[in-house]
Design a protein around this ligand. Structure first.
Ligand code: GDP
Length: 421
């Protein structure tokens, strides 16, 4: 299992379209849930008159939520297929998906979009597809779910995929190589086994489509970028910053720097899973020790990189954003908190440079007075404190952010250019 490549998968879609049920079904079909656990859930669900809901139950770790029969925590479930070792990352709606997608330990490599065949494209379907694109997901697998509710009717399926295709075109996903699959998460049709109920469909099952995904490339050819999550002081070793390597590689003896704190030195030791290692690469969670760097010299939100190619610190930057929700309008001068990798920094939107047509990416208006929910725009941003961030075209892993205000994710964006300090 360990030698299969790893893939982070986001499962997105409108609330109640069946994301949790589908993930439960996938775990079950790939034998990542013991039969007796499923059996237990099945009995419990039947007792409560919710038979068939047991797959959603698999993901439900909270009794109270189980009682209500709604929210399922599908975050960080894992399963493996013939080709890959998958981690499901936070799904939107259940937790703060956008924030976690950007600042959490996992960025999605690919996504499965779940659309209820009877309900079609809904507001969150749009929002999530927008986000997936903004955050750099290029390939979507579309599961048209609840086919059992329409008697596996081909024309209902076709009608729904036309709606979805329309949306994908708007957001500039290439629909030619998008895989659409008619499924019933509930009944298991076309999840692991081709279904007899859909003899008009000759495409892959969901599991096959997952296996067919292109392997994510390991960004070892990019410079080291290691956002710091925490800084510990450990007796006998000294200061130990910890974090996940987003790009590049690291070895003891490397000369590293922390930005924006602007300190550095020679990396003495690297630890992974409590063992000393002589190499660490993308995706590795490491603790390490750097000669001459004390606990108070660095902090969460710093990025560690090679001394000869240090992380970029922005005086200001230009970014493309998608506004997801805002009670009123956003104008120049707005100063919410930007969450980028492990950093949280108040930043002022200094100017709104262009409003974009979300369907084509074309400029709709130069220097608009305001933007609001649903708009895409190019903005110039000035961090109120030093912030290390990179152009998404150069280091995508360090080039996206979420904008938060009033306890909500207001917008998501990617960095176009950086004006360095
Ligand atoms: P989520 O909010 O997208 O995670 O949706 P859930 O997985 O919680 O499912 C919402 C509701 O739809 C639940 O009552 C499920 O039992 C039901 N559901 C999910 N998938 C199917 C399906 O394939 N067929 C039918 N009939 N119901 C389904």
């Amino acid at each position: 299992m360990a030698d299969k490549p790893h893939m982070n998968l986001a499962v997105i879609g409108h609330v109640d379209h069946g994301k949790s049920t589908l993930v439960g079904r996938l775990l079950f079909e790939t034998e990542n849930v013991p039969e007796h656990v499923i059996e237990q859930y099945r009995e419990e669900a039947e007792e409560k008159g919710k038979s068939g809901f047991e797959f959603a139950y698999v993901m439900d770790s909270l009794d109270e939520e189980r009682e209500r029969g709604v929210t399922i925590d599908i975050a960080h479930q894992e399963f493996d297929t013939d080709e890959y070792y998958f981690t499901i990352i936070d799904a939107p709606g259940h937790r703060d998906f956008v924030k976690n997608m950007i600042t959490g330990a996992s960025q999605a490599d690919n996504a499965v979009l779940v659309v209820d065949v009877g309900d079609g494209v809904q507001p969150q379907t749009k929002e999530h597809v927008f986000l997936a694109k903004t955050l750099g997901i290029d390939e979507l697998i579309i599961a048209i779910n609840k086919m059992d509710t329409v008697d596996y009717d081909e024309s209902d399926y076709n009608q729904t995929i036309e709606e979805v295709k329309e949306l994908l075109k708007q957001v500039q996903f290439n629909t030619d190589d998008t895989t659409f699959i008619p499924v019933s998460a509930f009944e298991g049709d076309n999840v692991a086994e081709p279904s007899d109920n859909t003899d008009w469909y000759d495409g892959p099952t969901l599991l096959k489509a997952l296996n067919n995904l292109a392997e994510p490339s390991e960004p070892t050819d990019l410079p080291l970028r290691l956002p710091i999550q925490d800084v510990y002081s450990i007796s006998g070793i000294g200061t130990v910053p910890v974090g996940r390597i987003e790009t590049g590689e690291m070895e003891p003896g490397d000369n590293v720097t922390f930005q924006p704190s602007d300190v550095g030195g020679e990396c003495k030791t690297i630890e992974m899973h409590h063992e000393e290692v002589d190499y660490a690469g993308p995706g590795d969670n490491v603790g390490f020790n750097v000669r001459g760097v004390g606990q108070d010299d660095i902090r969460r939100g710093d990025v560690c990189g090679p001394a000869e190619n240090p992380p970029t610190v922005a005086e200001s930057f230009q970014a493309q954003i998608v506004v997801m929700q805002h009670p009123s309008v956003i104008t120049a001068g707005y100063t919410p908190v930007f969450h980028a990798h492990t950093a949280q920094v108040a930043c002022t939107i200094e100017s709104i440079d262009q409003k974009l047509d979300p369907s084509s990416g074309d400029v709709e208006e130069e220097n608009p007075d305001y933007i609001q929910a649903g708009d895409a725009a190019v903005v110039t941003v000035r961090p109120q404190k030093p912030l290390s961030i990179e152009p998404a075209s150069e280091i995508p892993q360090l080039g996206s952010f979420a904008i938060r205000d009033m306890g909500q994710t207001i917008a998501a964006g990617k960095v176009l250019t950086v004006d360095e300090r």
